[in-house]
Design a protein around this ligand. Structure first.
Ligand code: MG
Length: 258
């Protein structure tokens, strides 16, 4: 049977600035066997080209067609809702580039949307301007609902935490486009050209990767090298199809001894 993989990156392929052992071998195995795969990330700070460059440093050779970010999904979502609209953006290059490529203008003059992504560019003036655009009728969109992200030095607040601030201030509720939203999960499946029962999602986070896969009817593999632990499994009414210690367990044994 045909099958392919949607692969989360942070906590699966790398953790902070370090590659997870077995990741490069697993991707090479997929490439050798011509098994379809797509890196699927909620991080909207980077463009697909940035991601390819980062993966290359980790010994993984791939191309931009194998990368799908929440920034791209968000640009597709707003384009579907309102083609060639305007947005006030709190986010970084990945999000700004995706919106621009989709024909969106960045504006703080009565924009259609306030769009929040991952990044470290936040200051109070931006929050204040975003709040004012929301009060003037803009809708609130976020690339993802992750409230925190792991870094080499410990956790940092994620996109979802910034959005919570704006929700509280404005009284508006954000629409989160990234995983586990079926909008992004379905778009990813279409990109690798597979049917629902041919797709397996590999991820480290129950709330996004495994939930998204469950909602869409994909198989799922939880790796324990990231945010979710084995003990956390009992807190969820859904479970991954299987659990492995790390992506290294998915590399066929014949490759490991070769
Ligand atoms: Mg992850």
């Amino acid at each position: 049977m045909r099958h392919g993989y949607l692969i989360d990156m942070d906590g699966v392929i790398y953790r902070g600035s370090a590659v997870i052992p077995g990741a490069a071998e697993f991707i090479r195995y997929l490439q050798m066997e011509r098994i379809p795969y797509l890196f699927l990330t909620n991080n909207s700070a980077y463009t697909p080209l940035d991601v390819v460059f980062k993966l290359k440093k980790h010994g993984i050779d791939t191309t931009t067609e194998h990368v799908y970010t929440a920034a791209q999904a968000t640009a597709e979502f707003v384009t579907r809702q309102k083609p060639k609209g305007t947005a006030f953006v709190i986010g970084e290059g990945g999000l700004l580039t995706a919106l621009s490529d989709a024909g969106y203008a960045i504006s703080s003059d009565g924009p259609d949307y306030v769009i929040v992504g991952e990044g470290r560019v936040l200051n109070f003036e931006m929050v204040e301007r975003a709040h004012r655009q929301l009060a003037n009728g803009a809708s609130l969109i976020s690339t993802n609902s992750d409230t925190w992200c792991p870094t080499d030095n410990g956790p940092r607040p994620g996109c979802g935490a910034i959005v919570a601030l704006l929700e509280s201030a404005s009284g508006k509720t954000a629409y989160h486009v990234g995983k586990p939203n079926p909008f992004m999960m379905r778009a990813a499946r279409k990109r690798i050209g597979l049917a629902t029962d041919e797709v397996t999602m590999i991820g480290d986070t129950m709330e996004t990767d495994i939930r998204g896969a469950t909602d869409l009817g994909f198989r799922s593999i939880l790796v324990l090298t990231g945010s979710s632990t084995r003990d956390m499994l009992q807190d969820y009414p859904f479970a991954p199809t299987s659990v492995v210690e790390s992506i290294a367990e998915l590399v066929p044994a014949k490759l490991l001894v070769a």
